[in-house]
Design a protein around this ligand. Structure first.
Ligand code: CP
Length: 317
């Protein structure tokens, strides 16, 4: 599209919906752009005029702290005009459809829409219905959370550099996790090996088609891992008891100090948040020296700035 990025590369993704069609170079370009944005975050005055005159609407049908606030900060640091829309108090409660809501906002001049929605495919649907606005998927049901995956890869890339051959152990409720699905795609495209662990009832059927291996025993999964990535149990997306109790889950699959001993000594502990202390992660590990959980939050601002900048043509301003 508009922006020229890495040498000889044209940016070709109008929207950010999923990462399955992205190439490694696309991800690497966002890493490079994110590093520049990250440097801006250290400045006393973080605001730059790159998106002055652009209007971004944040359309959140589901709860969010990190994604919503970091997108809003990213938009404001790039000087875009920002409208925060939430389902409660909107005309959605009077029966207005997603399509009509989006058309209404586009008619008011939205250059971009960030959407989080409980329905799989909602971001793709919006991208097909909107003529001018760029769509950023902030999480659609259990399907994809591409900006989370990019910020996770960025966090790891910042520490380790190239991720070729690195081992990523993702532990928990993979079945219901859009974060895991997008993370497997992104880490694999950057050359990392992904092992999944957790109760068999919380695993997708064909793990190998995702480009990952399943090791039920978390000790095996974290063996020699560079990154240990814990997932939240997504009770809101489960309609039946898929494991006996939270206590038992913690005993078998929760990350504590003893599990970390099987990973590399400099392994990073990651979690997309929000965390359930004492369930998928102990407080000792969440707050420990190896935890990058708050680093991921900071990366979220830089990576979303990079995505907004690249997709909204900031380089041309
Ligand atoms: N990781 C993540 O998507 O967090 P929020 O639900 O708080 O946005």
């Amino acid at each position: 599209m508009r922006e020229r990025g890495r040498k000889g590369m044209n940016w070709k993704h109008r929207h950010v919906l999923d990462l399955d069609k992205w190439e490694r170079d696309d991800i690497q370009h966002i890493m490079d752009q994110s590093r520049s944005m990250d440097e801006l975050l250290d400045r006393p005055i973080k605001k730059v005029p790159a998106l002055r005159g652009k209007l971004v609407v944040n359309l959140f049908f589901e709860a969010s702290t990190r994604t919503r606030v970091s997108f809003e900060l990213a938009e404001k640091f790039l000087s875009a005009d920002v409208v925060n829309w939430s389902a409660s108090g909107s005309s959605t409660s009077k029966g207005e459809t997603l399509r009509d809501t989006a058309w209404t906002l586009e008619s008011m001049g939205a250059d971009a829409v960030v959407i989080r929605h409980g329905a799989v495919g909602s971001a793709d649907y919006l991208a097909r219905k909107l003529k001018k606005s760029v769509v950023f998927n902030g999480g659609d049901g259990g399907h994809a959370h591409p900006t989370q995956a990019l910020l996770d890869v960025y966090t790891a890339w910042k520490k380790f550099g190239a991720l070729d051959g690195a081992k990523v152990a993702i532990i928990g409720d993979v079945l219901h996790s859009r974060v895991a699905r997008s993370g497997i795609i992104a880490f694999s495209k950057m050359g990392a090996r992904v092992s999944l662990s957790g109760p068999a009832t919380l695993m997708p059927k064909a793990v190998d088609t995702l480009g990952a291996v399943y090791e039920e025993d978390p000790v095996m999964a974290v063996n020699d891992a560079d990154i240990i990535y814990l997932l939240r149990i997504q009770r809101e997306r489960q309609d039946e008891g898929l494991f006996p109790s939270l206590d038992e889950y913690h005993q078998l699959f929760g990350a504590d100090k003893s599990l970390l001993e099987h990973a590399r000594p400099d392994a990073m502990v990651m979690h997309p948040g929000p965390i359930n202390r004492g369930v998928e992660i102990s407080s000792e590990v969440a707050d420990g020296e190896q935890s990058m959980i708050l680093g991921q939050v900071r990366s979220g601002v830089a990576v979303r700035m990079a995505l907004l900048y690249v997709c909204l043509g900031g380089a041309k301003q």
